[in-house]
Write a protein that binds this ligand. Sequence first.
Ligand code: FUL
Length: 448
Amino acid sequence: MKKIAFLPLLLFFAFNVLPQPVKPLPPLPSARQLQWSNMEFYLFVHFGPNTFTDLEWGKGTEHEEVFDPTDLDCRQWCRIAKAAGAKGIIITAKHHDGFCLWPSKYSTHTVAQSKWKNGKGDVLKELRKACDAYGLKMGVYLSPWDRNHPAYGSPGYNDVFVNMMKEIVKNYGPFFEFWWDGANGEGPNGKKQVYDFKRFEKTMRAIAPNTCLFSDIGPDVRWVGNENGVAGKTNWNLLDTAGFARGAGAPPNDTLNAGNENGKTWIPAECDVSIRPGWFYHQQEDEKVKTPEQLFALYLKSVGRGSALLLNVPPDRRGLINRHDSAVLMGFRKLREESFGKPIVAKKFPLAYANDYKIHIGSAKKIDCIVLSEPIQYGQRVKKFSVRLLKNNNLVKEIDGTTIGKKRILTFGPADADAIHINISESKARPLLSETSVFFIDEALIEK
Ligand code: FUL
């Protein structure tokens, strides 16, 4: 009798006081997605005939000779990317005009037919070498839509696309990411293509199992639903893709922006945005390059909402990143360093379930930013949380949030605080935080 009376007490103790072994909450990121989640910020490079014709969507009828950069230097791109704190570069190996920046065996509309380096040039080869030299990861954008290829609009074009993927992976891989654009228009014969994406995916998995595949709906990385660089304030790394297709058949943009709370697959969002109004370089946009402050604001709305920032910086007609853009990139780097270089407090939490976390600052300090992280290898859990700033045990300010994920950067009007309480009030399963850090960043840079 006595033993039985103690049982509920024992159970209560075991469940609430003893640490619980942590169980992952599926859907979970794959190993390749976890690696990708550390990339955070990387550059997009739109380069090709459009750079020389001032178009955004080349017609596919441009003569190969228009592609003629006078001083192309991929090392300069990489030097600038590295100095800007970017971790990789994704290049438009082939945009919608069909021009290949490498001498493909499967097209007659390539660098080999251009005058550049007497047809002996190869941009992908040069970029591969430069990325390796600077310790950057390389990725490739290969447009399925092709306004030049004669096979476009027939099943034969799917063979061409598969062969091109194989050619690129073999000669210039490994890639951290492979980009399939959703745009699908007409080819040179006025026909639209029925893409065999199942085959494309199978091919890539077989030849590049560690490469993350990007499209509107993944399978590894999804489009964020806009080209402004802004992820949802609520941003789930989960998405339901059943019944949806790439391009016109994709889920609504607001779904892509926020993900699905109960989505069946782990497909995190990537924010692609250009440093200029267009994706390709146009001299008349030199004065319209975004400012370091604008890029910083985008960083908060992409990386700071658990997404990645893919920032397009298009080389000019010389084949160099223009000084207007490089100056801004250095300014952007400086703002990130000044803001996040030295935390007021930084704390790592042991892997254990907890709804409440306390951080002591010591003597009161002015703060306006808190960064939170979930250990996403155990799944994404947090649905709702609040951060309470205290001074002498009095509440000074309370800030609410929804999802956290890989990284959540919360900014607010500055307040003096000597302690912070984080409370997770709603989560899909018992919550886990991996770390947090506290900052005071220039008030002019933040949304309050
Ligand atoms: C879009 C394309 O149509 C644009 O030209 C650009 O490449 C952008 C990143 O994706 O779908």
